[in-house]
Write a protein that binds this ligand. Sequence first.
Ligand code: ADP
Length: 339
Amino acid sequence: MFRKARITLTIWYLAIIMAISIFFSTFIYIGATGEFNRILRMQEYRREHPEVRPRLIQDIQLQYQNLPIEPDPKVIEDAEARVLESLIGINLIIFIMSAISGYFLAGRTLRPIKKMMDEQNRFVSDSSHELRTPLTSLRSEIEVALRNKSLSVVNANKILQSNLEEVINLQILSDNLLELSQNGKLVSKNLMEDLSIAKIIDEAVRKTVSLAKIKQIKIENNVKDYKIKGVFDRLTEVFVILLDNAIKYSSKGSKVEIFSKVENNEIKISVKDYGIGIDSKDLTYIFDRFYRAEGSRTKHGYGLGLSIAKKIIESHGGLITAESKDSKGSVFTIILSKT
Ligand code: ADP
């Protein structure tokens, strides 16, 4: 498909360049032949009116006494033909050079579009793949239940409960996919306002504390308040993702710490856990869509949270980093400019 587009674009480049080149060549040809004919007419005039010959021309002609001063249309015709040949030659060279450089330029122009389309296709195929697994299990569970003529109410209830869980997960997945598909529009600059970091963290903690309680995990909030510019809901979402992961990937009774500091006019807010940690080979990929480290595949999650968090932080002009030493817990740090 891109080969065809590249050739079409090359033809367009070529057509534009050749149209300009032929336009100017025609002007050059008309100008040159006009000039030749003017010289011819001047010669004829001089022959017919020798008395009005300018002094300078007479002097020149004295030097070339042996040369015929008769006007010679044949010489002019030859000159015209040579000009035409040169112009055709030049246009041919321009044609070949434009075709080569046009093809190269078309490739360069289409490269970012191709990259974007490849990414889009990968996104669609990854999403379909992720949707297929829960849908298949949902379908087979329902089919098995329907075939069972002696299904008790208690068992039917259990199946419905499990189906509901799958549906909720699918809903989370589709919400996440929708969020990720809003390329670049995840955070609108018009919605940005002056915010307090402490309030954002308080809200994120409030949203995750019940999950932490289930695992008896203590959330230690040591955040000092700073002002930043951003969108409250979006930034809260980032910290919910980080806290949710910290709880999800930590064992029962563990703790999660949140702290902040200012360095070089930048605010750094970290979420630290003492959980399973992240292998160094996974660290570079965890912000990629659908990436899940080997050990966490069985846990809930589609590997979309961190890529959403990264997107939100980047649209705030910030940075998100992850560290994990010897796979003993992890530290996620958000870096934002101070207002
Ligand atoms: P998921 O929904 O699978 O947690 P994320 O994008 O939030 O997706 O995270 C991607 C992967 O990064 C996770 O599957 C997990 O392997 C790893 N990860 C993220 N946060 C942590 C953490 N705090 N501790 C250990 N591993 C983590």
